[in-house]
Design a binder for this molecule. Structure first.
Ligand code: NDP
Length: 398
C-alpha cells in the first residue's frame, strides 16, 4: 500500500509511470511532478489501471520540493529528472524523512564531471534520519551493478576484471538524435575516458579506444568505444578484487561523424557564450534543436543488448561469465509508448522501488545497487520486462 512521487516527465519518467501502474498491487497512489506540468498530464492520460495525480515542481528549488513532499506524503521519491537535481531532491528527502531513488549520479551543471562523492557525502545524514537512498537504479548504472554482484555471488570466487558492454543496435531513422536526454548524453560521450587498471583510473582521449564485439542473439559484430561510466567507481570500491574495469558502448559511424562536427564547431560547449546580447549555452541550444528522445519510440526499430563480462577464478581455475539482457525497441513502444533506452532505464527504477517498498532491500543510508543481494532484484526485473541470460564461456580480451 505505497504512495510514490515520481519527479521528471521525460522518456524515462513515462516508462516509470506505466510500470508503476502495471504493479498497482504495490504502487497504490502515483504522483508525477515535473517542471512542465502539461508533460505530466499527457503521460497520466495514457494510464488506464490507476489515476495518476500530477503537479508542477522546480526540482532545483528545495523549499518547493519540500512543500510538495509534505503535501503528498509519499513513502518514496523516484528521481528521473536530470542528474543536476539529485542533490536538491536528496536535501528535500532529508528534510521530510522520505526514501529516495535515482538512476544517474549527480553532475554539476557547469562541469562535465560525474562522480559519487557528492551523494556518498549524504551517508551519515541519511543514516541519522533512518531513511534510505538507492543510487543509480537504471540499467547502466543499475542492472549492470546487479549483474556484477550476481557474478560475484554465484559464478566467481573473486572478480578480477569486468567489461560492461552496452549496444544500442536500434535505428530511429533520424540523421542525428540521442536516445536519452541529448545534453546528458553528449556530456557523457565527449568526457575524458577513464578506465580502472591496477588500483587507479587511467585517462585517455574521448572515444579513442575502439574494439569490435560480437553481440549475441543475432545482433552480431559491432564497433564498441571505451567510455567513462559512473558504475565503475562504485563497483571497484565494493569489489576491491577488480583490477581492471572498462565500459564500452556502440556508436554508429553516422553518430560519430555528426558528433565530431558539432564538437569542432563548438556546439557541444557547456559554458556560456554571448549571442546577440544574450548569454546562451551551446549544448542547451543544441538540445532544443535535436529530436526529443521521448518522441523516437514510434520509429525506433532493433534491439539493445547491455551486459557484463566478469572474469576471475572459480576453485582456482580461470573462468568468464557473460550476463546480459536483450530488449526490443518496438515491443517497448507497444507496451509503454517509449523506445528501449527509456524502457531499460525505467523498468529497473521501478524494480529498485519495489525492492525498497517491500523492504527486500532496505537499510538507512546511501547505497549502490551491488551492495544488496542481486537475486530478489533479478527475480522481479525479469517478469517486469528485462530478463537476463547467463553464459559461461570464453571471450577475447577487449
Ligand atoms: P528527459 O530529458 O527526457 O526528461 C527529464 C525530465 O526532467 C523532463 O521532464 C524535464 O522537464 C524534467 N526536469 C528537468 N529539470 C527539471 C527541474 N529543475 N525541475 C523539475 N523537472 C525537471 O530525460 P530522460 O528521461 O531521458 O532521462 C531521465 C534521467 O534518466 C536522467 O537523469 C538520465 O541521466 C537518466 N538515465 C539513466 C540511464 C541509466 O541506465 N542509468 C540511462 C538513460 C538515462 P522539462 O520537460 O520541462 O524539461
Amino acid at each position: 500500500m505505497s504512495k510514490v512521487l515520481i519527479i521528471g516527465a521525460g522518456g524515462v519518467g513515462r516508462v516509470v509511470v506505466h510500470k508503476c501502474a502495471q504493479r498497482n498491487d504495490i504502487f497504490r497512489e502515483i504522483v508525477l511532478a515535473s517542471r512542465t506540468k502539461s508533460k505530466c498530464d499527457s503521460i497520466a492520460a495514457e494510464i488506464k489501471q490507476i489515476k495518476v495525480a500530477t503537479a508542477k515542481v522546480d526540482a532545483d528549488n528545495v523549499p518547493e520540493l519540500v512543500a510538495l513532499i509534505r503535501k503528498e506524503q509519499p513513502q518514496l521519491v523516484i528521481n528521473v529528472a536530470l542528474p543536476y537535481q539529485d542533490l536538491t531532491i536528496m536535501d528535500a528527502c532529508l528534510e521530510t524523512s522520505v526514501d529516495y531513488l535515482d538512476t544517474a549520479n549527480y553532475e554539476p551543471l557547469d562541469t562535465a564531471k560525474f562522480e559519487y562523492s557528492w551523494q556518498w557525502a549524504y551517508q551519515d545524514r541519511f543514516k541519522e534520519k533512518g531513511i534510505m537512498a538507492l543510487l543509480g537504479s537504471g540499467f547502466d548504472p543499475g542492472v549492470t551493478n546487479v549483474y556484477t554482484a550476481l557474478a560475484a555471488k554465484n559464478y566467481l570466487d573473486e572478480i578480477e576484471e569486468i567489461d560492461i558492454i552496452d549496444a544500442n543496435a536500434g535505428d530511429h531513422g533520424q540523421a542525428f538524435a540521442t536516445n536519452f536526454n541529448p545534453e546528458i548524453n553528449i556530456r557523457e560521450v565527449t568526457a575524458t575516458c577513464r578506465h580502472w587498471e591496477n588500483g587507479e583510473f587511467v585517462e585517455s582521449s574521448p572515444l579513442s579506444t575502439k574494439r569490435v564485439f560480437d553481440f549475441p542473439e543475432g545482433i552480431g559484430p559491432l564497433n564498441v568505444y571505451r567510455l567513462y561510466h559512473e558504475e565503475m567507481e562504485s563497483l571497484v570500491k565494493h569489489f576491491p578484487s577488480i583490477n581492471k574495469a572498462q565500459f564500452w558502448m556502440t556508436f554508429s559511424d553516422n553518430y560519430l561523424k555528426h558528433l565530431e562536427v558539432l564538437q569542432n564547431v563548438g556546439m557541444t560547449r557547456i559554458d556560456e557564450v554571448e549571442f546577440q546580447g544574450q548569454k546562451i549555452v551551446p549544448i542547451q541550444f543544441l538540445k532544443a534543436l535535436l529530436p526529443d528522445p521521448g518522441t523516437l519510440g514510434k520509429t525506433t526499430k532493433g534491439k539493445t543488448c547491455i551486459g557484463v563480462i566478469a572474469r576471475g577464478k572459480k576453485d582456482g581455475v580461470r573462468k568468464q561469465v557473460y550476463i546480459y539482457n536483450i530488449c526490443d525497441h518496438e515491443q517497448c513502444y507497444a507496451e509503454t509508448n517509449s523506445q528501449g533506452v527509456s524502457y531499460t532505464t525505467g523498468v529497473p527504477a521501478v524494480t529498485g522501488a519495489i525492492m525498497m517498498l517491500t523492504k527486500q532491500w532496505h537499510a538507512p543510508g546511501v547505497w549502490n545497487m551491488e551492495q544488496f543481494d542481486p537475486e530478489p532484484f533479478l527475480d522481479e526485473v525479469g517478469p517486469l520486462g528485462l530478463p537476463h541470460v547467463v553464459v559461461e564461456g570464453e571471450w577475447p580480451e577487449l
